[in-house]
Design a protein around this ligand. Structure first.
Ligand code: CMP
Length: 140
């Protein structure tokens, strides 16, 4: 297995409830290194651009406004097999279907307010990391 990087976002429901540290503790306890991190308010252009793949989905408009509704924390996580490992740790998109011990089972409130985003493939991870970070901002 090879060390990979994946893009993670702590969503507005997580920052609103002051869960940045609690979620980061779960990442670190599970062997992820947080090699880049910043807190920001997404602009409409950023939220629309980031989720452009979902443009045709009925929930796109709400998703974009939700992601702009409060601060987010964008992060690069590093670990062996990081993309799949983070998807396993996050749990199912809908917290109602998430396994015990996952971030979404522990913290998420609904399919929209589901606390975290994580890249779904290595290829998308590279694109999503570039969306938010320059190489110089990632310190392994
Ligand atoms: P995320 O991993 O950030 O990728 C797209 C997001 O759309 C997803 O998490 C959900 O929070 C959000 N979303 C809202 N409604 C739905 C839905 N009905 N099906 C899938 N995703 C949804």
């Amino acid at each position: 297995m090879t060390v990979q990087r994946t893009l993670s976002i702590l969503k507005p429901d997580a920052t609103e409830r002051n869960l940045t540290g609690a979620i980061n503790a779960m990442f670190e306890k599970n062997g992820f290194r947080i090699v880049a991190q910043k807190r920001l308010r997404l602009t409409k252009e950023q939220a629309e651009g980031f989720y452009a793949v979902h443009k045709e989905r009925p929930f796109y408009g709400e998703l974009v406004s939700y992601m702009m509704s409060g601060p987010v924390v964008v992060q690069v996580l590093e670990k062996e097999n990081a993309v799949q490992a983070n998807r396993d740790l996050m749990g199912a998109t809908n917290p109602a279907n998430a396994d015990e011990g996952t971030i979404r089972k522990t913290f998420a409130e609904s399919i929209e307010r589901n606390s975290v985003h994580g890249s779904d493939s290595l290829e998308n991870a590279a694109t999503e990391i570039k969306f938010f970070f320059t190489d110089a901002e990632i310190v392994g």
